[in-house]
Design a protein. Structure first.
Lengths: 291, 291
């Protein structure tokens, strides 16, 4: 059984095919240009694969309201050509198969639930910390959308006492994304995060912000696992620092052994590594086929 | 069809009976003492009602894990006699009918979805701001539990520039509950909130904290309605102040007309008024009967 998968990022498009076991059998990637330029390549890629369904995890914001005529559209992005683009409609016109669709981060959360670090659990929260901060939410066995979909990268946290950086978010200045995404680290320290030593103050600050946000999510949603992916989280020294901040912020209040005793297995990297997004899209395709 | 309902608060116990239309036909209330003292009265009340099921919305934390032998227990409360008490088990021993069980705030959210301000919606967040701050979460048509259950009253917010009060939460000091619950207002200003004039700085500060927390919930969960109940919200001047803070915090980022244009119908008081909790317990009872 061949299923198609698209991880549609704001800068990079990844297409692949896989099977119902979550195995990616083939993949290609190319830069995300206008929808026409980009999807021409995607259509050419999937044309002869015989994919029975295609799952898409897309950068957003996207319309996830099944009752809306705008379902499956990318909505308000500044990205050229994509504002108001009917992503699902375009794919349906070229491939008369079920099309699964969700945000890139919800897709990644779903992939982790099917085959990764949250396998078999009925809830998890997936963060990607990279050029932006995105959050996918899976709760009570369902991907959460609501009015729009989670945008938890933009929550406010308290400021670190030594941080005078004003933040980079065009909407909120010093929200989590504005302070903790990769570009914020680079702008604050004048050097790419990957070039900073592991014991640099930058990482303590990063963990302070992420830890607060994650503690907030734990209080609000009580997820059964918290998964942290994205380029910034390749800095593995962040994991113990973040767990420490979360423990400090919760201060024993949430009385679950997973949090009080086993935080090393509670706040974890993606089990699918950097393939969480594409595997998640694959999982969305499988779900679309089954429903 | 007669269904029993219990709104088990930390200080006050309310028992009632109602029907499948959400009509409360009778109710009594008495102080919450030890489980034995309190539930003796509840048992006596329900004894001859012929209730086909009983729903309970309980103060917490409670165990909501259906696969756990501790399901239906109150867990870590400091309240005398209630720590580790098997609430559902006790009721089942006295009434061989289906027992619905959830937190008081999840119950209230559910009541509002069935018959109140979120009627017919598949998501809402319910806040109670009173002696504490509690949050119930309903998303994608389900009450959210996860590892434990939502405890969103304890999130951190940024401090108001003019607020020097250290906060009252025994766990977190100046978390939302520590700064914005009724006792915090009274301690900060040396007078009960209900005695403060409507244009007092206290309410601007209150709205500042609640607005931040609600903006965070909107970003993370994108609920279709936000309902604010509890004693503190009897101060109706808070609603426009809170909406203003939420609008400021989001700054146009969540592009939904419900938020950008119709915030007066998006952040609202409970449609069931102070009966949200008991009606919610009734709804839990009906759900238990149907499942």
């Amino acid at each position: 059984m061949i299923i198609g998968a698209i991880e549609a990022g704001g800068t990079k498009f990844i297409c692949g095919v896989g099977n119902e076991k979550g195995e990616i059998l083939d993949r290609i990637s190319f830069p995300t240009e206008t929808p026409e330029e980009t999807l021409k390549q995607a259509v050419a890629y999937f044309k002869d694969t015989g994919a029975l369904a295609i799952g898409i995890g897309s950068f957003g914001p996207v319309n996830m309201d099944l009752s809306s005529p705008l379902y499956g559209h990318v909505t308000t992005t500044p990205k050229r050509g994509w504002k108001g683009f009917d992503f699902v409609g375009y794919m349906k016109r070229h491939f008369p198969v079920p099309i699964g669709f969700d945000t890139d981060v919800n897709a990644a959360a779903f992939g982790e639930v099917k085959w990764g670090a949250a396998k078999g659990l009925d809830s998890c929260v997936y963060y990607t910390i990279g050029t932006g901060v995105g959050v996918g939410v899976y709760a009570e066995g369902k991907l959460i959308h609501g009015l729009v979909h989670p945008e938890g990268g933009h929550v406010l946290t308290r400021r670190h006492a030594e941080d005078i950086f004003e933040g980079l978010c065009p909407y909120h200045g010093d929200c989590l994304e504005g302070l903790a995404a990769g570009p914020a680290i680079e702008k604050r320290w004048g050097i790419k995060g990957s070039a900073l030593p592991a014991d640099h103050l930058a990482w303590e600050m990063e963990a302070y912000y992420l830890g607060q946000a994650i503690a907030g999510v734990i209080l609000l949603l009580s997820p059964k696992r918290v998964i942290l992916g994205g380029g910034v989280m390749h800095q593995e020294q962040l994991f113990p620092l973040i767990r420490k901040e979360v423990r400090k912020a919760l201060n024993g209040y949430v009385a679950a052994p997973e949090i009080l005793e086993d935080m090393d297995t509670y706040i974890v990297p993606p089990g699918l590594g950097d393939h969480a997004g594409l595997c998640g899209a694959l999982a969305l395709g499988i779900k679309a086929l089954q429903s």
